[in-house]
Design a binder for this molecule. Structure first.
Ligand SMILES: *Cc1c(COP(=O)(O)O)cnc(C)c1O
Length: 340
C-alpha cells in the first residue's frame, strides 16, 4: 500500500519501500557496474557522499563531485559519459536550488537521472515530471513526519526501471518492515496539511530572521533575495520548511542562544512536526574537514532550522526571547569591558 501510494504521489510506474533513506540510495547503486561513472553534487547529503566515495574506493564505480549550478563543470562531467546523474535540490544546509529540468535535459536519455526529493515532498516537487527517471526519499523526514520511523523509498518512472530496482531490493533484502510501512502510511494521511503549516511557519520565521538586527544572512528559497528563488518558484509548489542563517555571535554566545531556545531542541534530522535547530559544522557536517566545509559554504556561525508545525506566535516569541537574552548579556559584557 505504501509503495503504491508513493508511486502515485510521485507519478511513477512503481515504487520500492526500503528500510532507510540510505538503503534507498544503496539500492540505486545496484544499477552500477564496476567502471560506471556517477556524477554527484558537491554539496550532497553526507551519507550519500560517504556511500559513493567508499564504493568508488573499492572499485564498485567511479564518482565525480561537481557543483551542478556551474554549467561548465556540469557539461565537463557529462562529457565523461556517466551512467547515473545524482541530483539533490534544495541542498543541505544552504538550500541551494538547481534546475532539475535543465540538468535532466542536458544529461540526455542514455543517463539515469536520480533526484533525492527528501528536503521537499511530492506535494511541492515532482522530479519525474521534470525529466528524472528515479526519485528517492528518506521517508524518515517529511513523508512520515513524526520522527518515529526510519525508512526510505525509490520511485521509478518506467515499468522497466521499477522491475530492476524491485528485483534488486528483494535480492539484497533491504525492503522495509510491515510495521514501519504501516506507521509511514499513517503519517502520509496528514502530509498535505502538515506541509501547509510547515511552510507558513518557515516563510514567517525566515522573514523575521531576515529583518532581525542580530542576524547576518538567511538562506530560505522563499525569500526573494535567495539566489535560487526564481528556479524554486518555477519547479516547486512551495518553498519547504528548512532554512539556515548566520549571526555575528562568537561560539560562546551562539551556544547560549541555542540553550535559551525552549521550542527548538538542538538535534539532527528534520521534517518532523517539532521544530529543531542544528549546528551543521559540528553536527551534520562534522565528518567534512574544514577545507571541505569552506568549499561547501558551511561556517561555524551557520545554524540550520527544521521548522515544525507548532503555533507560529509561540515559535516567534521563543526566538525573540532568546535573541533578547543574548543581546542583553552581550551588552552587559561590553559595558564591563568599557568600564575597565
Ligand atoms: C536523511 C537523508 C537521507 C538518509 O536518510 P535516512 O533515512 O536517515 O537513512 C538521504 N538524503 C537526504 C537528503 C536526507 O536528508
Amino acid at each position: 500500500m505504501l509503495a503504491d501510494c508513493l508511486a502515485e504521489l510521485e507519478g511513477g510506474a512503481g515504487a520500492v519501500v526500503t528500510s532507510s533513506g540510505m538503503s534507498a540510495v544503496h539500492l540505486v547503486t545496484q544499477l552500477l557496474e564496476p567502471g560506471d561513472l556517477v556524477v554527484v553534487p558537491h554539496d550532497c547529503y553526507g551519507g550519500t557522499y560517504r556511500l559513493f566515495t567508499s564504493l568508488a574506493k573499492k572499485g564498485g564505480c567511479r564518482v565525480t563531485f561537481v557543483d551542478q549550478g556551474n554549467d561548465e563543470a556540469y557539461q565537463k562531467a557529462l562529457a565523461e559519459k556517466p551512467k547515473i546523474v545524482w541530483i539533490e535540490t534544495p541542498s543541505n544546509p544552504l538550500l541551494r536550488i538547481v534546475d532539475v529540468e535543465k540538468l535532466c535535459t542536458q544529461a540526455g536519455d542514455t543517463v539515469i537521472k536520480v533526484v533525492d526529493n527528501t528536503f521537499l515532498s511530492p506535494i511541492q516537487q515532482k522530479p519525474l515530471e521534470l525529466g528524472a527517471d528515479l526519485v528517492i526519499h528518506s521517508t524518515t523526514k517529511y513523508i512520515n513526519g513524526h520522527s518515529d520511523v526510519v525508512g526510505g523509498a525509490v520511485v521509478a518512472k518506467t515499468e522497466d526501471l521499477f522491475e530492476q530496482v524491485a528485483w534488486w531490493a528483494n535480492c539484497i533484502g533491504i525492503t522495509a518492515s510491515p510495521f514501519d510501512s504501516f506507521i509511514t502510511t499513517r503519517g502520509i494521511r496528514t502530509l498535505g496539511i502538515r506541509i501547509k503549516k510547515h511552510e507558513e511557519n518557515a516563510q514567517a520565521i525566515a522573514e523575521f530572521l531576515d529583518k532581525h538586527s542580530l542576524v547576518d544572512n538567511v538562506y530560505y528559497p522563499g525569500l526573494e533575495h535567495h539566489p535560487g528563488h526564481l528556479i524554486a518558484r518555477k519547479q516547486q509548489k512551495g518553498f519547504g520548511a528548512m532554512l539556515s542563517f548566520t549571526t555575528s555571535f562568537d561560539q560562546e554566545t551562539l551556544a547560549q542562544f541555542i540553550k535559551e531556545l525552549k521550542l527548538f531542541p538542538l538535534a539532527e534530522s528534520l521534517g518532523g512536526v517539532e521544530s529543531l535547530i542544528c549546528h551543521p559544522s559540528t553536527m551534520t557536517h562534522a565528518a567534512m574537514d574544514e577545507a571541505a566545509q569552506v568549499e561547501a559554504g558551511i561556517t561555524p556561525r551557520l545554524l540550520r532550522v527544521s521548522v515544525g508545525i507548532e503555533e507560529l506566535d509561540d515559535l516567534l516569541s521563543d526566538l525573540t526571547q532568546a535573541f533578547e537574552k543574548v543581546s542583553l548579556n552581550t551588552t552587559a559584557v561590553n559595558k564591563e569591558v568599557s568600564n575597565g
